[in-house]
Design a protein around this ligand. Structure first.
Ligand SMILES: [Mn+2]
Length: 445
């Protein structure tokens, strides 16, 4: 892990992102808001999760805030709305940054109280014709924006007449990770790696899936994570044939495999690792057969991870390897390409093998290319240096699927690596946690 970046330098990164947006929107305006606070029970809220686009442009973690960028303004071009300090509220909910400190921290033209937002927004937007905004994230702001648009004769005279989804611009930017993001994701991966290396050899001492999940999360905390990037998956035996099984008090049986799919959040960024290993430390021969097919598919996918290829190229090569494997163990029969074109592998491998990784574990999918102003499917976009994504092939044999030889039924295996595209190929960020069968057995002995 390299040395930490200075706070001022990080603020400059956010500033340059806002400048980039201001250049892109020309005479338009862009509004991003914090994520919503969601009620859970009387007097209780779900833990607050910041909206990733807002965080990407500000690095600010508080709820009830909004960033407005005005491309054609003669006055302030960037305005941050946030909660002013309030001694009583802070006693209950924690410290707020407040307007004065925000002015010193952010390189922002103007900082205002969020209580002025609804009154000020129509005035600030009165000379913009297009508003870039991402609906569906904060329903309170959505309703407000819709009411400004909704008058009998259409949009208000002094309000933008066109809404454009802000994610078209932001997904494009977030796709290529800068040095700071790569460094931060690598740190998130390092934490996860260390935690997996602690968990795997000790698995037989743990009493249940839930115990293993909470133990892994304890390791995450010990190594400095701020939380998990998604609910930890620990699936014992046949539970691993369900893709997103949530850990129960199900015991970890000695003769079974256990699948662990988990990741942390560190400074906003996610990691995502999956490993499958035998509770006893030794694979049975049927488990080893299935495991090696998935391992081979993972290697085939990694071999295709380089600039110019796409996530589709990678997916296809894992599908080919898995289908070849399914034929070799007698689960499928006949011609390889026929099996692939008729998707005979689908009952055993039903998901895509990649997703982008970043602020969100399933990071925003770019489907708009601003260079050519065209829409392209996210999986066929050519890979470029700085892209980070997962490769995660799997095989899942439903215990009730009676067309499959009995010895394979109830086995589920998935392996997942985090991949950074480099100039000549890729870097497997998660490679410190072994995937090779013999290496797994050796760290467990
Ligand atoms: Mn994943």
């Amino acid at each position: 892990m390299g040395k930490e970046m200075k706070k001022e330098n990080i603020e400059n990164i956010y500033l340059s992102r806002r400048k980039h947006i201001l250049r892109k929107i020309k005479n338009d305006a862009l509004l991003v808001t914090s994520g919503p606070t969601l009620p859970r029970a009387p007097d209780q809220e779900h833990p607050f999760i910041q909206d990733s686009n807002f965080y990407y442009l500000t690095g600010f973690e508080e709820p009830n805030s909004a960033l407005l960028l005005l491309g054609n303004s003669k006055g302030p071009r960037s305005i941050l709305f946030l909660r002013e300090r309030d001694a009583i509220a802070e006693k209950w909910q924690g410290e707020r940054l407040g307007i004065n400190r925000a002015k010193r921290r952010f390189n922002i033209d103007e900082v205002r109280n969020i209580t002025e937002f609804e009154q000020e927004l129509p005035i600030l937007l009165s000379s913009s014709r297009v508003l870039h905004y991402a609906p569906g994230i904060n329903s309170k702001v959505d309703r407000f924006i819709w009411t400004l648009f909704a008058s009998i004769s259409g949009p208000r005279i002094n309000f933008p007449h066109t809404l454009r989804d802000a994610r078209l611009l932001l997904s494009e930017m977030r796709l290529i990770k800068d040095r700071y993001e790569i460094q931060t994701i690598k740190h998130a991966v390092d934490i996860t790696t260390h935690a997996f290396l602690e968990l795997i050899p000790s698995i037989s001492k743990l009493s249940s899936e839930a115990h293993a999940a909470r133990t892994l999360e304890q390791h995450f905390a010990n190594f400095g994570a701020s939380g998990t990037a998604f609910p930890t998956i620990v699936a014992s035996g046949k539970n691993a044939t369900c893709l997103h099984h949530s850990p129960k008090l199900q015991p970890l049986w000695k003769r079974e495999l256990v699948l662990v799919d988990a990741g942390v959040k560190y400074r906003g960024y996610a990691s995502d690792i999956t490993r499958t290993f035998p509770v006893s430390g030794k694979f049975t021969s049927a488990q080893a057969e299935v495991y090696n097919l998935v391992y081979n598919a993972l290697q085939a996918g990694i071999a295709k991870a380089k600039p110019g290829n796409s996530l589709d190229t990678i997916h296809k090569s894992t599908v080919r390897e898995l289908t070849k494997g399914l034929i070799s163990i007698g689960v499928l029969s006949g011609d390889l390409s026929q099996n692939i074109s008729t998707e005979k592998y689908k009952p055993f491998f039903m998901h895509r093998c990649s997703h982008y990784l970043g602020l969100d574990v399933h990071d925003i999918q770019p489907n708009y290319d601003s260079m050519t102003d065209t829409m392209i499917p996210p999986y066929s976009r050519p890979l470029m240096p700085g892209m980070i994504f997962t490769i995660e092939p799997g095989l899942y044999f439903d215990p009730k699927y009676n067309k499959v030889n009995n010895q394979y039924r109830g086995i589920g295996v998935r392996l997942e690596e985090d991949i950074l595209i480099t100039n000549n190929g890729c870097e497997v960020l998660t490679k410190q946690v072994p995937t090779k069968l013999t290496e797994i057995e050796s760290i467990m002995s």
